[in-house]
Each structure stands twice: as structure tokens, then as C-alpha cells.
Design a protein around this ligand. Structure first.
Ligand SMILES: [Zn+2]
Length: 381
């Protein structure tokens, strides 16, 4: 899980030394945030852009700025990081701030549910929800109905906003239409297309753009993923989105693995990905399938280093149908990857499937799967 996908105040709390608790380390967010603070007076802001470029830190930062109590500086310069409000935000104890994230995001970092605890909350034995629950959204009404403790109004952060189901989204919509008290909302999403149009229309949209390559690499280096550790390879594999690259690194992927994966997939060898979670393996293979399709059309692969991809110099336009079918099968696999019947068997099946897709029929490696010519899907659960 990326830094941006971390719960509550982890973003601020984990700054080395924590001396600038509300300062964002992502310079590419500065301009859009300054614009949101200086020009937007709506009670609802939607920060949107490609996933993995800092939506969550941006939303936390915006909320912190709204709650900052330093009147001596311009709005666009808040949060100051020094006032009492900023210190409470940094400590995660500001009474006028509510952060709605899925329980699974909190659980991944050993925290319980926050808003809307109770039925369906993380206290139950059930698997923590990957969605923002309707109980959490309803808690906003109770949160907004009391007087702000520090006189700056209240701030609600919602991330990832697309992780609200229809019921939760409709509950939020009612709240956005008739905000309880002086409540402002910072919604953040990497998938605005999955939000209800009515929610989109209630928010002022602030687009976030991915950083340039040098800026992204510098940020990754500061986060401990130097170029020597495969920072550039990770960034490529993540489509230039630095937070997503950091997430790959934290999940155990490095440059060497990325360089070796195309060849391993071509051989149907799952050894390389043995230690990776199934959703991650599916995600990497999806990028490989994407690259293979691009290569089959005579263009440069985007995600994997060219050196590793030379293995598939033989893919041609005639292979597009087979590769497209593979991409479709991976999409299906992505739906069930979080609940594998056996992660080890599933990883092996996925890599054999990759070998079938990546090799023209006449030079497939001699694997059990290649002998089972029709085996182009995962075994049934
Ligand atoms: Zn402040």
C-alpha cells in the first residue's frame, strides 16, 4: 500500500523528524493546492488525477490548510505547520477533522475503524472492508452537527472517493447538497469516472498531474528508492506515477525482478514471483500484456525495460488477437486475485498462461500448459 494510501495521519506522522508535519514532500502538488486554496471557495473540492501521484497527501494537506489558524499568512501558504491547529492535525487528534478511508487501509497499518464504528466496523471479525462504508459517511452528519471546537469550521477527507458504493455515495451526496454546519470536503480520487455524476457536479475539480520524470525520480530517491535500486525501472513499470512506484518497491518488486520478468513469463516460470501477492502478480502481468500488445504493433513497450523485452521481439501484429485474449483473461483474474483458492497454484497457472500468450504456437516452451493447448484461462475455483 502506498504512502498515499495510508490511514489517517501516517503521511504527516512518518516524516523524518516530523519537524514539518503538514508539509507535502511532493513538489508537483504545490501549484494545484495553492490554486485550490486561493481560488476555490466551494465547500467541496475533488482532487483528481491518475492514481498513484499523491491524491491522499494532497487531500490531507488541503484539509490541514483549511484548519490552519495562522491568519498572518495568505490562504495559499497554509498550513503553517506551527499553529495549534496544525499541531493537532499533525498529531492526528484535531477534533474538527474527519478522515474517511476504507477499513482495509487502516487495518493494513494496525489501526481500528474510525468514523461510523459499530455494525460492520473493523471491530467485527469480518474482513476489513475495502470500501468506504455507508456508516462512515453517515458519521459525517453527526460530526457536522456539533459546533467546531476550534472555530475554523470542519474538514472531511474522503479517499479513495471512488470506493464508495452506491448507498454510501448517495448518503454523501445528501451531505454535499446540505452540508451540516461549516463543513468542507476534500475528496480525492484516481478514478473520477467511477464517481456518481451528481457527486462530480457538486465538487469543484482540481486536476493533479503526474510529475516529470526527473522530479519523480528525485522524490523516489528521497523516499529511499534510488536509481541504483531500480527507481527508474519501478517508475516505468508504474507509468511514471511515483507513489505507485514506491508501492511496488514496498511490495518487494525491484529493478532486477522487472528486468527478469518478461523472460520468466515467456518461459512460464513462476519462481521469480513466488514471494509476491497474487494481485500484484496479476498487476505486473497486465502491464506485460499491455507492453506485448504495444510491441506487437511495432511500438516501444512502456512498462518494462527494453532489454528484458527483447525476448519478445518476435511478437507481431498476427499475435494481437492472442495477446488481447490474454489481457482479457488477466482482467478476469484481477477480479478474483484477492481471494485465491491457492496463491501458489494460481501464480503458476498465471505464468503458464503468460508463456502461452507470449510465444507463437510453434515455439512455445515445453510446459504442462503448452501441451494442454486450450488452457488459456485459470483453473476454475
Ligand atoms: Zn497552521
Amino acid at each position: 500500500m502506498s504512502r498515499a494510501a495510508r490511514p489517517r495521519d501516517a503521511v504527516e506522522d512518518e516524516r523524518p523528524g516530523n519537524d514539518r508535519p503538514v508539509a507535502t514532500p511532493m513538489p508537483w502538488l504545490e501549484a494545484p493546492l495553492a490554486r485550490a486554496l486561493a481560488d476555490v471557495h466551494s465547500h467541496a473540492v475533488l482532487l483528481q488525477g491518475p492514481a498513484g501521484i499523491g491524491q491522499y497527501p494532497a487531500a490531507l494537506r488541503l484539509a490541514a490548510a483549511w484548519l490552519c489558524e495562522d491568519d498572518a499568512i495568505a490562504a495559499a501558504q497554509r498550513p503553517c505547520g506551527r499553529c495549534a491547529g496544525c499541531r493537532l492535525v499533525a498529531a492526528g487528534t484535531h477534533p474538527d477533522r474527519l478522515v474517511l478511508v476504507p477499513d482495509a487501509m487502516r487495518a493494513a497499518h494496525g489501526e481500528g475503524a474510525e468514523a461510523g464504528e459499530g455494525e460492520g466496523g473493523a471491530k467485527s471479525k469480518a474482513k476489513p472492508s475495502a470500501d468506504i462504508r455507508v456508516e462512515q459517511v453517515r458519521a459525517v452528519v453527526a460530526f457536522g452537527s456539533t459546533t467546531a471546537a476550534r472555530g475554523r469550521g470542519k474538514a472531511v477527507v474522503v479517499f479513495p472517493a471512488e470506493r464508495m458504493n452506491a448507498v454510501a455515495a448517495n448518503a454523501l451526496l445528501k451531505t454535499l447538497e446540505e452540508p451540516p454546519g461549516r463543513v468542507r470536503f476534500a475528496l480525492a480520487t484516481g478514478a473520477p469516472g467511477r464517481l456518481l455524476p451528481t457527486i462530480l457536479s457538486r465538487c469543484v475539480s482540481i486536476p493533479l498531474l503526474p510529475p516529470g520524470r526527473d522530479e519523480a525520480l528525485a522524490w523516489l530517491g528521497a523516499e529511499g528508492v534510488a536509481a541504483a535500486k531500480g527507481g527508474a525501472d519501478l517508475l516505468d513499470a508504474s507509468g511514471g506515477r511515483p507513489e505507485a512506484a514506491l508501492e511496488l518497491h514496498r511490495d518487494g518488486v525491484d529493478g532486477a525482478l522487472l528486468r527478469a520478468l518478461p523472460d520468466a513469463a515467456g518461459r512460464g516460470d513462476a519462481t521469480l514471483v513466488r514471494g509476491l501477492s497474487l494481485p500484484l502478480v496479476v498487476g505486473l502481468l497486465q502491464r506485460l500484456a499491455d507492453d506485448a500488445l504495444v510491441a506487437a504493433c511495432g511500438r516501444q513497450p512502456r512498462h518494462f525495460p527494453q532489454a528484458g523485452f527483447d525476448r519478445f521481439a518476435s511478437v507481431r501484429r498476427r499475435d494481437v488477437a492472442r495477446l488481447t485474449a490474454w489481457a482479457g483473461a488477466l482482467l478476469e483474474a484481477a477480479r478474483t486475485a484477492a481471494h485465491p483458492w491457492s496463491a501458489e497454484l494460481a501464480r503458476e497457472a498465471l505464468l503458464q498462461q503468460a508463456a502461452l500468450a507470449l510465444n507463437p504456437p510453434q515455439n512455445r516452451p515445453d510446459t504442462a500448459a503448452s501441451r494442454r493447448e486450450s488452457a488459456t484461462t485459470l483453473p476454475a475455483r
